[in-house]
Design a protein around this ligand. Structure first.
Ligand code: NDP
Ligand SMILES: O=C1O[C@H](COP(=O)(O)O)[C@@H](O)[C@H](O)[C@H]1O
Length: 509
């Protein structure tokens, strides 16, 4: 019988609950970083608390900081208390803490990796992790190759017939097509493709998975899901936070590489793909790959794209600095913090339908949504004045916050005259379901421990995404500085013009 963490929230009788991971350990490189503290450690605790981790689960952190196991334990404890979704339970925490170790060192330090190998070997004995190990690279992307090579050198990546060794690689995977290919070669030299989990946490979000449910479990939407009815698609990922504390990673990377290459192109693929023959991982990934293969950037980029950099301003009642004043950023940094692009999907279904993707930091509010905006009805049998406040119908996936789906359509304004105005019909997760959504990282870490790859992009998807983006980034390189925009606004003027010149406008989410 499989034993789990004691006193779990899990009810063993509930067949809908996910499978429990078998004996294993997880090593997090970059464990002292932002992502690990806010997302990974809390997700691991939540998995333990839901009874989805094996009892001897071990967690090894690796970073340069001079910490002892106790310091590490304290940091995990604090991160869990602050960010975990499930209630703090002393017994679960104690069980988890027993399996926490910290290995100090730099990625180029062979001794540190030898210590890591020794630590893992000990844990295999003490915790019964059965030689099954996952290595999570939550580190600056430039360091991915060196860590992979160290795992190979120490034998930690060696595959054995009755054990598994997996690697989880954060995004961005490379910084252009050439570097992504090079990285894929380095990774695949050491780990077979089925052991490589390139993580894109957007694919772990419930609302993102609901795109497929809504499209393929219903009859209502599919007949109109094409260029005969759809005018355009807008995908927006807006954040209100700035980049203070993240210069080491973000300066030189920018908004397009940070999120368009991965999260937003994955969202586009899910919205635009054909129905897979089944939900088998290969079938879903094959359909996504086909759509990405048909996706191309629309030119001329001076008109179809926009990029910006936030300046100081007021946000949430607070004065905030501009990017150039943020600690660690070069004083003449040309890193964009806002990016908007236009893509075409060259298939029969989507011919002539522009896909507009935008993202930015220090925008009006934090919101991610996908709006499928429909064409106007071919004929309106009303007086012109009756439809002055009628916009285009739209189906909006509210990815976050306030997760759900909104349908926008025209309705008669009560009264004796015929006047039609836009209204919304809302589905909200919070109101419709009592089950809470797991955090994306929780879902993805569990899938990875179970060896379930559906929600992880494959090498060809990643490379194709760079191929789509590279020409735009190349063009930006020779087009001067990004346009400034004030913190708390919705980006640079060029983003507004980019759509208005086609007679369209961005939604204000
Ligand atoms: N933060 C976020 O919201 C998100 C981040 N990501 C991705 O996650 C990854 C990590 O991001 P984030 O946590 O923000 O980055 P941070 O800069 O906060 O953390 C980087 C980590 O790497 C360690 N590190 C850096 N260089 C070395 C080295 N030479 N040797 C050993 N350890 C080193 C640092 O530890 P120390 O200084 O102690 O050595 C630190 O733990 C990136 O790929 C990013 O794209 C993805 C989605 C969201
Ligand atoms: O991947 C990233 O995502 C976060 C935003 O994630 P979300 O789940 O809160 O939408 C973003 O802040 C970060 O820059 C980027 O690397």
């Amino acid at each position: 019988m499989t034993r789990t963490f004691q006193n779990p929230l899990r009810d063993e009788r509930d067949k809908r609950l996910p499978t429990i991971a078998g004996p294993c350990g997880l090593v997090i490189f970059g464990v002292t970083g932002d992502l690990s503290r806010k997302k990974l450690m809390p997700a691991i605790y939540d998995l333990a608390n839901r009874g989805l981790l094996p009892p001897g689960f071990s967690l090894v952190g690796f970073a340069r900081r001079d910490w002892a196991d106790e310091d590490f334990g304290q940091v995990v404890h604090d991160a869990v208390k602050k960010y975990a979704r499930t209630p703090f339970r002393e017994s679960i925490w104690n069980q988890l803490a027993e399996g926490c170790r910290f290995v100090q060192g730099s990625f180029d330090d062979d001794n540190a990796f030898d210590n890591l190998a020794k630590c893992i070997e000990d844990l295999d004995q003490v915790r019964g992790t059965a030689g099954n190990h996952a290595f999570y690279l939550s580190i600056p992307p430039a360091a991915f190759p060196v860590v992979i090579k160290q795992l190979a050198r120490t034998g930690l990546a060696d595959q054995h017939p009755d054990q598994w060794r997996r690697v989880v690689i954060e995004k961005p995977f490379g910084h252009d097509l050439a570097s992504a290919k090079e990285l894929n070669e380095i990774v695949n030299d050491v780990f077979p493709e089925e052991s490589v989990f390139r993580i894109d946490h957007y694919l772990g979000k419930e609302t993102v998975q609901n795109i497929l449910a809504l499209r393929f479990a219903n009859q209502l939407f599919e007949p109109v899901w094409n260029g005969n009815y759809v005018d355009h698609v807008q995908i927006t990922m807006a954040e209100d936070i700035g980049l203070g504390g993240r210069a080491g990673y973000y300066d030189g990377i920018g908004a397009a590489r940070d999120v368009i290459q991965n999260h937003l192109l994955q969202l586009l693929a899910l919205v635009a793909m054909e129905e897979p023959v089944s939900f088998d991982p290969r079938a879903v990934r094959a359909e996504k790959a086909k759509i990405l293969a048909a996706t191309t950037p629309v030119q001329p980029f001076a008109e179809t794209t926009a990029r910006g950099q936030y300046t100081g301003g007021w946000q949430g009642g607070q004065k905030v600095p501009g990017l150039l004043q943020e600690e660690g950023f070069a004083k003449d940094s040309i890193t964009e913090t806002f990016a908007a692009i236009t893509l075409a999907v060259e298939t029969r279904r989507w011919a002539g339908v522009p896909f507009y993707l935008r993202t930015g930091k220090r925008l009006g509010r934090k919101v991610t949504e996908i709006a499928v905006v429909f064409k106007r009805a071919p004929h309106l049998p009303f007086d012109d004045t009756a439809t002055e406040e009628l916009g285009q119908n739209a189906l909006v996936f509210r990815v976050q916050p306030d997760e759900g789906v909104t349908m926008r359509f025209g309705s008669k304004v009560p009264g004796s005259t015929m006047e039609v105005r836009d209204v919304s019909m809302d589905f909200s997760y919070g109101h419709s379901f009592t089950e809470s959504s797991p955090e994306a990282y929780e879902r993805l870490i569990l899938d990875m421990l179970l060896g379930e790859p559906s929600l992880f992009p494959m090498n060809d998807e990643v490379e194709r995404s760079w191929e789509i983006l590279d020409p735009i980034i190349d063009a930006w390189r020779s087009s001067g500085r990004p346009e400034p925009y004030r913190a708390g606004t919705w980006g640079p003027d060029s983003a507004t013009t980019m759509l208005s010149r086609t007679g369209r406008h961005w939604r204000r989410p």
